[in-house]
Design a protein around this ligand. Structure first.
Ligand SMILES: *Cc1c(COP(=O)(O)O)cnc(C)c1O
Length: 377
């Protein structure tokens, strides 16, 4: 059996160890220290130098914290993209609130502004008030932020941007993660850079950052003893983990370039094959980090489906994966309201994520190309 080719695996630079050793030497083996400050500074610079970053132990925690800061509580309603990873929706349930799922549009595969506005008006007509909108930038592709922010402003609903997959992506030259009231980043092992596990909350003000640090470190009041007036969380990133992040930030640009090259590789490969489309930016306003490259297969043209292609890859020990199964089809959210049509459902039926790592070799690409050529011949 040949070596496994992964969909997206950690790609370390070697520089991470320098920062980890430094933390060991200074004995900052805890959730404060230079690596946390340094990692937050690196992220701030990367996002355009206007935001305040709070490093946390996961993006899931970051979404939860954003909802807590927006005072989302029991029986509130929160909109989110149906076409996403479950972590975009779970934190809504942590608050005792109810997720309302919104379909995608066909260009970016992200939240459809038309379905969003329909949903808002329908909820208003039912006497409900929506507390927040969680917009996802899927596979690194920026959502239609102008349209979504305009609707959100019209109805005065704060936006949380789930940019877990979109570090390094921009919309109209502005970094994803900076458009909403809060932004969220992930450094899970399969993301464009990793800290082994970790996330960040992007805030616009120092006050919000201070509040998020306070809440993520058990909400301890200013007193010599342990004194608490709020419910807190243990969500802060460790100084060791942040050291990995600092090493990864040194190579983020080259990781983005490598992922974008993988996307170009697929565009070229599939240009000869009718009925397969490679997921690409709809225009020059959009700059995707192409965290994952993905295709949709039209079975009526190709006579093949995405599951057959997945199995063909598997036979050669190559990992690929169907696109996200929409949240409104998940058993756990069976009762949640859903607004939209069949865009996300059709993407799930016909789409496949392909190996996209920044660490793939020419030999890996050759194996991938051979499977694809044989499959469609
Ligand atoms: C990975 C991911 C998350 C969760 O990130 P963690 O850091 O693993 O908690 C949330 N939303 C999306 C869209 C993701 O892809």
């Amino acid at each position: 059996m040949q070596d496994k080719i992964w969909l997206s695996s950690p790609h370390l630079s070697g520089k991470e160890l320098f920062y980890i050793e430094d933390a060991f030497e200074k004995n900052w083996v805890t959730s404060i220290g230079e690596n946390i400050d340094g990692f937050e500074q690196d992220l701030k610079k990367c996002l355009g130098n206007n935001e305040e970053i709070v490093a946390l132990n996961s993006a899931t925690s970051a979404i939860h914290l954003a909802l807590v800061m927006l005072k989302v509580t029991r029986d509130d309603e929160v909109f989110t993209s149906t076409f996403s990873f479950v972590a975009s929706a779970n934190p809504i349930a942590y608050c005792g609130a109810n997720p309302i799922f919104i379909d995608s549009e066909k260009e970016t595969w992200n939240m459809c502004p038309v379905a969003l506005e329909e949903a808002i008006q329908d909820r208003i007509s039912k006497g409900k008030k929506t507390k927040a909108i969680i917009v996802v930038h899927l596979y690194g592709m920026p959502a239609k932020m102008d349209e979504i922010n305009e609707i959100a402003a019209k109805y005065e609903i704060p936006v949380i941007e789930d940019a877990a997959e979109a570090l390094g992506s921009t919309y109209k030259n502005q970094a994803c993660g900076t458009f909403g009231r809060f932004g969220i980043l992930s450094f899970n092992g399969n993301k464009i850079i990793t800290t082994s596990g970790g996330g960040a909350l992007v805030c616009h003000t120092k006050e919000d950052k201070e509040k998020a640090v306070f809440l993520s470190t058990q909400a301890r009041d200013n007193a010599p003893h342990y004194q608490h007036s709020h419910i807190g969380y243990n969500y802060r990133m460790s100084n060791i983990t942040a050291g990995i992040g600092r090493g990864q930030m040194e190579v983020l640009q080259s990781r983005v370039e490598a992922r974008r090259k993988m996307h170009e590789f697929y565009v070229e490969l599939f240009s000869e094959i009718n009925g397969v489309e490679v997921f690409s930016e709809p225009g020059s306003d959009y700059y995707s980090n192409h965290w994952l490259s993905a295709v949709t297969i039209d079975p009526t043209i190709t006579g093949k489906n995405r599951e057959d292609l997945r199995l063909a890859f598997l036979e050669d020990n190559i990992e690929s994966r169907p696109l996200w199964k929409p949240m409104h089809l998940q058993p756990v959210f069976a009762d949640a309201p859903y607004y939209g049509g069949k865009v996300a459902e059709e993407l799930f039926d016909n789409g496949l994520c392909l190996p996209s790592g920044s660490n793939l070799s020419d030999n890996d690409r050759e194996r991938i190309a051979n499977v694809i050529k044989n499959f469609f011949n």
